[in-house]
Write a protein that binds this ligand. Structure first.
Ligand code: NDP
Length: 238
């Protein structure tokens, strides 16, 4: 049974990935920050292990992976999904807000990759799937830090795919469009309706839409795909 570790697996896209991986025979561990109830439900309903760890803290990530290695061995599939958004003018952002956004969304991918790469290199196989964003490609007004972090994830993906390809490890990035999760719960119904209308496929995405692509990238069927930035956005933004 392959071991999959999914960060931010207690809600939204990460939760959909965790369930899908468990249903498809993977041994799944999720990392989360504070949703203890959701973590307990994952354990009781799906047999999914959950480790509480703030991925923006390199020491906590080290400790979490030490624990994961002890109880389930090395990681075969890493899904870097944990993330937060920030909406506002860049000029209003404080140093602490910038640092938290970049550490949570981007540096976290470095911390987790650093933990799993040695085991994958020894095994001469492995899958790293990062969750970026269409904003990392196009940029969004009032989401400059978020767009910068997500562009960083795209760059990290492309570079790591070259570094790790000779070791049989694939690294890809999924770029969701607008997906119905808590991250967008601050948007009004009208704003969400307008976003759906501006999407060529005329609807918002679901966490499952993204999870299906992540599951595919983890599978044998995707063994010759690496370094790719794959949009799952119904054509948004066009
Ligand atoms: P949600 O807000 O629904 O869930 C976020 C998840 O990340 C939760 O499980 C949360 O844990 C976890 N998390 C947040 N901060 C930390 C942290 N510091 N340490 C550990 N875990 C953390 O987000 P989405 O499902 O919407 O987003 C998932 C990913 O997809 C993100 O990277 C996001 O940027 C990206 N994305 C989302 C889009 C969308 O429209 N929703 C569009 C494009 C990209 P807890 O439950 O404990 O708080």
């Amino acid at each position: 049974m392959k071991n999959a570790v999914i960060t931010g697996g207690t809600r939204g896209i990460g939760l959909a990935c965790a369930r899908k991986f468990a249903e498809n025979g993977y041994n799944v561990t999720v990392i989360y920050k504070s949703s203890d109830d959701a973590a307990n439900r994952l354990k009781s309903e799906y047999g999914i292990s959950a480790v509480k760890c703030d991925v923006s803290d390199p020491n906590k990530v080290k400790e979490a992976f030490r624990h994961i290695r002890e109880y389930s061995g090395s990681t075969d599939i890493l899904v870097n999904n944990a993330g937060i958004s920030y909406f506002g003018l860049l000029s209003d952002m404080t140093d602490a807000e910038w640092k938290n956004l970049i550490d949570t969304n981007l540096s976290s991918c470095f911390y987790t990759c650093r933990e799993v790469i040695p085991g994958m290199v020894s095994a001469k196989s492995g899958r790293i799937i990062n969750i970026g964003s269409v904003w990392g490609k196009l940029g969004a007004s009032c989401e400059a830090a978020y767009s910068a972090a997500k562009a960083g994830i795209s760059g990290l993906t492309m570079a790591l795919s070259k570094e790790l390809g000779p070791s049989g490890i694939t690294v890809n990035c999924v770029l969701p469009g607008v997906i119905e999760t808590d991250m967008n719960s601050n948007l009004s119904e009208d704003a969400l309706k307008e976003l759906a209308e501006n999407t060529p496929l005329m609807r918002l995405g679901t966490p499952d839409d993204v999870a299906e692509t992540v599951l595919f990238l983890a599978s044998e069927k995707a063994s010759f795909i690496t370094g790719e930035l794959i949009g799952v956005g119904g054509g948004f933004p066009f």
